[in-house]
Design a protein around this ligand. Structure first.
Ligand SMILES: NC(=O)c1ccc[n+]([C@@H]2O[C@H](COP(=O)([O-])OP(=O)(O)OC[C@H]3O[C@@H](n4cnc5c(N)ncnc54)[C@H](O)[C@@H]3O)[C@@H](O)[C@H]2O)c1
Length: 256
């Protein structure tokens, strides 16, 4: 089967990242999947699913907040799959805490994974794409909380604003190399991350999901596949003139 190119998805063992990896495989990309070492078993089972779709797959375990790990990840992908055409910098963490109670350690951990991690992935992916000279697509994970400050997850919210700023700059600097750089900004998507926020804020996840669904005029929460479909479009050749944008997928919770 011919390939559309090579796509790398970070934080791919579950939730939104997993759905993106499966969707891009279905679209015809060969897929590299990344996550932290403790998620290795889940990555192995995802790798099997992707292979069954007839696509080549490479597993590159590593913490995106480590520069060495990111460099290794990119060189493993290039060695195993022959190049890199699409990066989806999806890995992220959330800590639920009012801003006034947030500690320096928590602030630093969030910025290390969400901002430094995404920066390193953008940087080394862009270097590889520039070297190849055939353009590329870089897509990062922001959030509705990166478009409007969200009480209760203030430090997380700040990281997601930072990603939009970095994405705008990267788009302007790398456009000359025909690399587009965009983010997706999900509203409430039912994943382990949202479940954990629910457990922290109200005792019942079911109750929290119901509360969240009311923030959308449509009255329901999103699924990981709803984000995978916009990523599929942003990764496609057709999306060549969309860059520097943050695409809101939030059921109408926030209209800009
Ligand atoms: N679920 C939502 O409602 C929602 C809303 C807005 C934005 N987002 C963003 O979408 C992305 C995916 O979220 P999700 O809901 O699927 O979360 P999730 O917690 O279910 O999955 C995140 C994945 O990232 C991995 N990860 C964490 N730290 C990592 C690191 N240092 N290196 C490599 N991998 C790491 C985790 O192991 C996990 O597999 C995140 O960036 C998140 O902030 C999610």
């Amino acid at each position: 089967m011919t390939s559309l190119g090579v796509a790398l998805v970070t934080g791919a063992s579950q939730g939104i990242g997993r759905a993106i990896a499966l969707r891009l495989a279905k679209d015809g990309f060969d897929i590299a999947i990344n996550d932290i070492p403790s998620s290795k078993a889940k990555l192995e089972s995802l790798s099997k699913e992707i292979t069954e779709k007839g696509r080549k797959v490479c597993t590159a375990v590593g913490d995106v907040s480590s520069e060495d790990a990111v460099k290794n990840m990119i060189s493993t992908v290039v060695k195993d799959l022959g190049g890199l055409d699409v990066l989806v910098a999806n890995a992220g963490i959330c800590i639920t805490k009012p801003l006034i109670d947030s500690t320096v350690d928590e602030w630093t951990r969030l910025f290390n994974v969400n901002v430094l991690g995404e920066f390193l992935c953008y940087k080394y992916a862009a270097q590889q794409m520039i070297k190849q000279g055939r353009g590329g697509r870089i897509i990062g994970a922001s959030s509705v909380a990166g478009q409007q400050g969200e009480p209760g997850i203030g430090a997380y919210s700040a990281t997601k604003f930072a990603i939009r700023g970095m994405t705008q700059v990267a788009a302007k600097e790398w456009g000359q190399h025909k690399i587009t750089v965009n983010t997706y900004c999900p509203g409430a998507i039912e994943t382990e991350m949202l479940e954990n926020i629910g457990k922290d804020l109200v005792s019942s996840v079911k109750e929290f999901y119901e509360m969240q669904s009311k923030t959308s005029p449509l009255g329901y929460n999103g699924k990981p596949e709803d984000i995978a479909s916009i990523v599929s479009y942003l990764a496609s050749k057709e999306a060549h003139w969309i860059t520097g944008q943050s695409i809101a997928v939030n059921g109408g919770r926030l209209t800009l």
